[in-house]
Design a protein around this ligand. Structure first.
Ligand SMILES: Nc1nc2c(c(=O)[nH]1)N=C([C@H](O)[C@H](O)COP(=O)(O)OP(=O)(O)OP(=O)(O)O)CN2
Ligand SMILES: [Zn+2]
Length: 114
C-alpha cells in the first residue's frame, strides 16, 4: 500500500528569464515555495514513510537561498526549469520521488515529474 510523503519549503532568490519574449527579463526576486512528493511503499516501526525532518534538512542543504539563480544555473531559471533541476536532485536521494512543484508567486508555479 503506497503513501505519498509531502514536504514544503521556501527559499529567497533573485532571477531573470534569459529570454522573455525575445529579451532578458529584468532582475527581480521571489520567495520561492517548493513542494516535494515522495512515494513510500512501507512505513517504519514509528509509522513514517520518510522522515519529514530529514527531507526538510535535505531541501535546506540543496536549495539556493539568497542567491541569484542565474549565477548558479546554466539554464534560464524559470519555475519549470527549477522544478526539473530540483526533481533530479531529490531523485538522487529519494528514488521514489513522484513530483516536485515550484511556486514563484502565490499564484504561479510549475510542477515536474517523469
Ligand atoms: N511559464 C512561466 N512563465 C513565467 C515565468 C516562469 O518561470 N514560467 N516567470 C516569469 C517571471 O519570472 C515573473 O516572476 C512572473 O511575473 P509576474 O507574474 O509579473 O510576477 P510578480 O508577482 O513578481 O509581478 P507583479 O507585477 O508584482 O504581479 C514570467 N512568466
Ligand atoms: Zn520571476
Amino acid at each position: 500500500m503506497p503513501w505519498t510523503v509531502i514536504v514544503k519549503r521556501e527559499f529567497q532568490a533573485a532571477h531573470f528569464l534569459t529570454d522573455y519574449h525575445g529579451a532578458p527579463e529584468p532582475l527581480h526576486g521571489h520567495t520561492w515555495k517548493v513542494e516535494v512528493y515522495i512515494r513510500a511503499d512501507s512505513l517504519d516501526s514509528g509509522g513514517m514513510g520518510f522522515d519529514f525532518v530529514e527531507i526538510d534538512g535535505f531541501l535546506k542543504e540543496i536549495l539556493p537561498d539568497y542567491t541569484l539563480l542565474n549565477d548558479i544555473f546554466d539554464f534560464s531559471p524559470s519555475a519549470e526549469n527549477v522544478a526539473k533541476w530540483l526533481y533530479h536532485k531529490v531523485k538522487d536521494r529519494y528514488p521514489t520521488v513522484q513530483k516536485v512543484v515550484v511556486w514563484e508567486t502565490q499564484y504561479c508555479g510549475a510542477e515536474y515529474w517523469e
